[in-house]
Design a protein around this ligand. Structure first.
Ligand code: RBZ
Ligand code: NIO
Length: 377
């Protein structure tokens, strides 16, 4: 967006030596870490676009469903495409030290309580998964409690550092968190998942998400910060101060995605970034969710350029940073329902739209099959 411009952006409230690093030239491009990602198959996409014209409907009459169906065909390398048989949600759970700065309307204990709720099937994501035919997995990446072995195999640490004053994690932890996310994507694809959704659970996590997005889109904190779980005006002021302070720490490492995750995210978000990049490397389509997942996606695109070609945006969250991230990724959301929950809920709500795009492209009769005239002559 406005990368490359150099300017001093906010007034420091600290001493001179706490001021942000002001770069003296254009911001360099990101330093990718993974192999660059092959795009979904263009010849199959072209075949799907040609098939759309043969189906018994006026050309273009299914609107955005047509481009969506063509993209699914390209991802699968199959025309007509197949209905998604094993859509899978992975919820990345982790606490955030910055919650102690009063940036959320709820206490950190809710993270552990919600993890139990996911496991017993009582959360929004469970209800939505049941209706859309997906299955749900929870992974404890950084919950501030001991959890059961079935979900803690990839645990990195208990909570992440309070990013307004300290690094989220160590170098080894960020490397391990990204590797954990990649391993989780591999586990899912190897067990047959044909569509992946990342979900988030962690009180305070909209603060690091906002820091990542505002930093990577070169936005002022005030245009990016939202109400998260429903903070009041005093909470909004505290969140603004925390985001501003964390951005001051993040800005010098903007173009180094691993360092950015280490300094200014959380182990759960770093794992999510690894997961989203690896899904693309494994040629598996992803429906992105809200502000937290899309913050991880923005970093994942810097880690693995081209990964975004394997993602579709499920919805637009009411969090302002979400729109900034979607714009930067050039992704147009399928739904706008004023949702602001996370957990993968917006992505799951969009899953039936993807299945509709497949059904029309795969199951409709062609003009030739049905003996329907293609013109009035
Ligand atoms: C009961 C409950 C269920 C949730 N499910 C997702 N979130 C979402 O809200 C939190 C982020 O908002 P903030 O940054 O304001 O804390 C995260 O836990 C996120 O997953 C929930 C939050 C609560 C309270
Ligand atoms: O957009 C989201 O994902 C979101 C918004 C508010 C709280 N938690 C998540």
């Amino acid at each position: 967006m406005r990368r490359g411009r150099v300017r001093r952006r906010w007034t420091s409230t600290g001493s001179e030596n706490e001021r942000p690093t002001v770069t003296s030239g254009p911001i360099p491009p990101p330093q990718p870490v993974f192999a660059s990602v092959a795009a979904p198959d263009s010849p199959t996409r072209n075949a799907a676009a040609a098939r759309q014209l043969q189906l018994t409907k006026p050309a273009g009459s299914l609107g955005k469903l047509e481009a969506l169906g063509n993209w699914i065909s390209a991802c699968q390398g199959a025309c007509p495409p197949n209905a998604f048989a094993r859509p899978r949600v992975v919820i990345f759970a982790g606490d955030h030290g910055v919650a102690g700065s009063g940036v959320s309307a709820y206490p950190s204990e809710v993270t552990t309580q919600m993890v139990a709720n996911f496991l017993s099937g009582g959360a929004a994501v469970n209800a939505l998964a049941r209706v859309s035919g997906a299955s749900v997995r929870v992974v404890d990446i950084a919950v501030d409690a001991d959890t059961e072995p079935s979900i803690s195999a990839h645990k990195i640490r208990r909570s992440s550092g309070s990013i307004d004053t300290e690094d989220a994690m160590t170098h080894q932890e960020v490397v391990d968190a990204i590797a954990a996310g990649r391993a989780i994507a591999d586990e899912e694809v190897d067990s047959g998942a044909d569509l992946l959704i990342a979900g988030d659970m962690g009180i305070g996590n909209t603060t690091p998400a906002t820091v990542l997005i505002a930093t990577l889109t070169d936005s002022e904190p005030v245009v990016a910060i939202g109400r998260g779980t429903g903070i009041d005006d005093a909470g909004w002021c505290r969140k603004t101060a925390a985001v501003r302070d964390a951005m001051r720490r993040a800005r010098p490492v903007t173009r180094n995605p691993v360092e950015l995750l280490r300094v200014a995210s959380g182990a759960d978000i770093a794992a999510m970034a690894g997961f989203l990049a690896q899904a693309a490397l494994r040629k598996t389509p992803v429906i992105l969710d809200g502000v937290v997942v899309t913050a991880a996606a923005l970093v994942a695109e810097d880690l693995a350029p081209g990964a975004k070609n394997w993602w579709v945006a499920g919805h637009r969250s009411t969090e302002p940073a979400h729109t900034l991230a979607l714009t930067q990724l050039r992704l147009e959301p399928l739904l706008e329902l004023d949702m602001r929950l996370g957990e993968g809920s917006g992505a799951l709500t969009a899953l039936p739209v993807l299945q509709a795009a497949v059904a029309t492209l795969a199951d409709m009769a062609t003009f030739a099959d049905a003996g329907v005239s293609t013109s009035d002559d």
